[in-house]
Design a protein around this ligand. Sequence first.
Ligand code: NAD
Ligand code: UDP
Length: 323
Amino acid sequence: MKRILITGGAGFIGSHLCERLLKEGNEVICLDNYFTGSKENIIHLLDHPYFEIIRHDITAPIMIEVDEIFNLACPASPVHYQYNPIKTVKTSVMGAINMLGLAKRINAKVMQASTSEVYGDPEIHPQPEKYWGNVNPIGPRSCYDEGKRCAETLFMDYHHQNNVEIKIIRIFNTYGPKMDLNDGRVVSNFIVQALLGKDLTIYGDGQQTRSFQYVDDLIEGMLRMMNTPKEFIGPVNLGNQNEFTMLELAKYIIELTGSTSGLIFKPLPKDDPKMRQPNTALAKSMLNGWDCAVHLREGLEKTIEYFDSTLRKKAARKKVARV
Ligand code: NAD
Ligand code: UDP
């Protein structure tokens, strides 16, 4: 049994990781400040004898004894990371320093949840790990993109200078149950809008592309990466190679929900990447043939079911409150 710390464990991806690591017989400590995460995501785990939660902000140091650390704490949706950009930089940079310092002191292995955003608005397509990216250092997305890039630098420097055992993964757009209703990212926005019969908000002309990975595929990749030999530190891309325009995604979600919603066009946010698709050759070769197994249709159906039930529960609570 390993004792594992998951920062950002009450968030969308973190809560799936908590579940999976507990299922595999580990002791899991979930650390979160609940900025974008929620106790709802982990409440069903509270009775588990090997599950613990700590309310803490990773911009402050913490001392705790664990074997492995998954560093996920950071708001991931543009709406949330732009809400307090200085805090976003602090979370990525000071959070990385605190987690790496901890890993160094207690001799733990530490994984950084980096992002495809380190490639910015890419000029190489699909994006391989050796591409250095095209990131605006002074734009609205910079707090997230540059914070994550600096965190990768810190991980490499702690590894080379202090021999800390590290793993870096670059996560591409991931979706699934437990995303927040008001998360602001495209999959949750479109599904919630479709279920409520509201027009789906297309930013720009909707021709920009993304490649969507179902959360279970990501978690599988993360665990395989954590268990690779010490010498393999990454960075490694984890994402689905199926690429869609936002218009295609909107039409697909309307079809799957059977919604009567239409489309409404809104301005494209500044520096919104025009295209994104991972080159996953490295992941396939280093992670025992890892690949995404969940088709977009299957993943979206599960996610729609989740949002449908969450919206119904919310409506029922409102009704009770009115009575
Ligand atoms: P999320 O917002 O649901 O989860 C982030 C979690 O971190 C939340 O529970 C939040 O409360 C917590 N948190 C934020 N700041 C914190 C702080 N200072 N101290 C402690 N906890 C803090 O987002 P997610 O989609 O689950 O993303 C998890 C990680 O994966 C993030 O690091 C994100 O950058 C990375 N990532 C996600 C995607 C994606 O598509 N979901 C893509 C690329 C990278
Ligand atoms: N997007 C959209 N409508 C929305 C939310 C997002 O058209 O309601 C677009 C957004 O402009 C971007 C893409 O969908 O081009 C993915 O956005 P998201 O915020 O999910 O992730 P990211 O831009 O970080 O990849």
